[in-house]
Design a protein. Sequence first.
Lengths: 200, 613
Amino acid sequence: MNRARIFLTGVGGQGTLTATTLLARTALDAGLPVTSGEIHGMAQRGGVVESTLLVGGYKSARISAGEADVLLGFELLETLRALPMLRRGGFIVSNAEAVQPVGVCLGRECYPPLEAVLDTARGFAAGIVMVPAISLAEQAGTAKAANIVLLGAAAASGALPFDVAALVRSVEKYLKPKIVPLNLKALELGAQAAATGQAA
Amino acid sequence: MGKELLTATAGETLLLLGNEAIVRGALEGGVRFVTCYPGTPSSEVPDTFFRLSQGAPYYFEYSVNEKVALEVAGGATLAGLACLVTMKHVGVNVAADPLMTLAYVSAPGGLVLLSADDPGCHSSQNEQDNRIYARLGGLPCFEPATAQECKDMARDALLLSRELETPVMLRTTTRVNHVRGPVTAAELPSDVAEKPFVKNPAKYVPLPASARPMHQRLLGVLEKARAVAETSPHNVERGQGEIGFVSSGVARNYLSDVLAEDGLEGTVRVLELGMTYPLPEERIAAFLAKCRTVVVVEELEPVLENDLRALAQKRGIEVAIVGKGEHLPRNGEYATANVRAAVDAVLGRPAPAADTLAVPGDLPRRPPNLCAGCPHRAAYYAVREVFGDEAVYSSDIGCYTLGFLPPFRAADFLLCMGSSISTGAGFARASGKPVVAFIGDSTFFHSGITGLIDAVAYDHDILVVILDNRTTAMTGHQPNPGVDTTIFGENPNPVDLMALIRACGIEPVKVNPLNHKATVAALQAFAGQRGPRVLVAEYPCPIHARRVGQAKKTLPARVAGDPESCLAVRDNLACPAFAMEAGVFTINAEQCDGCMYCVQLSAAIKPGKKEAR
């Protein structure tokens, strides 16, 4: 695959935009034309953060409903919310774990189960990979690396137009030296989990 | 993005945000003077200039508002410096007064106004189309669509402005400001020629007698700009056939992707306009003459569409022009989906059936929320406790607009930046109801103070609560005239907010909003009074305090007593650190900022122990 529309969604503070930029740099280093989009502003106060990465020569950085080849969900509920973005035959790589919204924290709303994503997308998506990104990131050293865990899972499952080795080079090249070993571990745990996290 | 913007050499490729690319483009155009008022989606432009400002070849300021920003730069361009002024679309309304005369007076050193529009209202109160301002004020207009174009057009706009000595608009939209893509740098000028000011009042002072010839001169300048547009490399034609598309701004991207993906590239005629005002009439007329049908693809107002219709009529060109209508609306953003629908309709192709997943409409929402530890939450809690549903709440623009949400519901109406005091005063006068107006420190300096002066002059019956968090939090913690500290250390010239209010003729009361008892007592005292009153609720934004290294180390709160007794606090304070675990109320130690406000509201909540963190 050398042409792909990738839709990324998560919650403010999860590092969705950092992950997006890291992917964009990886694509550029692989010699692939890339454009990426993000929405700032109100989203930064604990709201939903959505971004896009279009590889292979697209002009527009926006993705319409039903256009995403890949849906990268950094949070389970946001993966579910973003399912209408996916095209038939697209690929889902998602964190299986939750960052509870305030209504759920306060007991006013119910958090949907993992099955809600699986049941909705099964038969429509070509592949669904679920990984416990937050737990694996904690295993790597900090929950903050959940974004990198998910990238490792995505690359290992073939959802991205480059492999895990390319991401390893990017982590080494673009992240602060101090946090490189931790993030390499996060990548590795994500990649391993992808093998066991195939849900559909 | 670090220093690369200042150091990258010609030919080097950088991965840049559209807004960062504008910074590089302005630098390549020789910018020496930058003013702004921050506002999404423009903010990364001034923030990048600010971050790089130490030892940089330009002057930079976060001006008190957009009008001041444009006026300060208006002076600097008269003094011969190449200027960039940045703001969001609604900011141009604030700057409209100087803007409408600036082009008469001219811009000898060059001046580019960045207007960052927000179709779709991602972070704005409206989606006005500022291309109309360019036409109203007589400013040539550039509309980039990619990061590379942001860089190239920022540079070319500034160079054209300097050459014609006239202000130029760089008009972007949210998707363009926040695109990220590869940008190939060009050379930075080593030296920018000086243009010393020569006194000539007849040229620079628009008294009626001089304004008339100044307008005449401006019309001549715009004809020169039109000649530039005729041959501009930013206006590009391609393809063949009798069906044509004319497109501008980010809509060009959607059109290109649809044509490429559907295998139509080359089978239709396309004219992409990057320099959109003055209109390259010869070029467009020639394009129209080659087509049977032309579709105009532009977001928001039918600006180009109306121009094209007028041009076709004037030149007697027989062409069907398709614009705003069923597929191409006058509101909201465009995307490949609706552009494809317009393309299919005009080409008589069957529309593809929608094939997308549906999800339940009642998923838990994730609205933006005031942060844990936010002093605004505490202020709203106290105001609600004293005034309840009886008072009417006049709101303003900032993080605190989020007080709109339950449980506070502390926003009953809102017009624009700085409107809360004046609109609240008018409502109070007309209704006789108690009115509380909320306004942030930056917004008060921006344009709230004039409303306060009016309230004093006409004895309006209003309680103003200035939510002073010592920064401009919503747009990314930019300094404002009142701040103590910036990322570069202490503010050498802070404006004294309390003294300013006193000078208006009001004795304000200052409280720490995180002190519940004191805040409620001050509000209760005010509730029994009439006339204009001001409470200054001062406590630094915790995010800003952390960034400038002034955050106090505190312990998280914890539920020590009966969790059931805390449920009213849970519901009325709604802090993001509150959670229910297996049906039992608890405070998430990771999320808690340690502000200790909830501790004051319930005997069952106590400061946590050290090991809890």
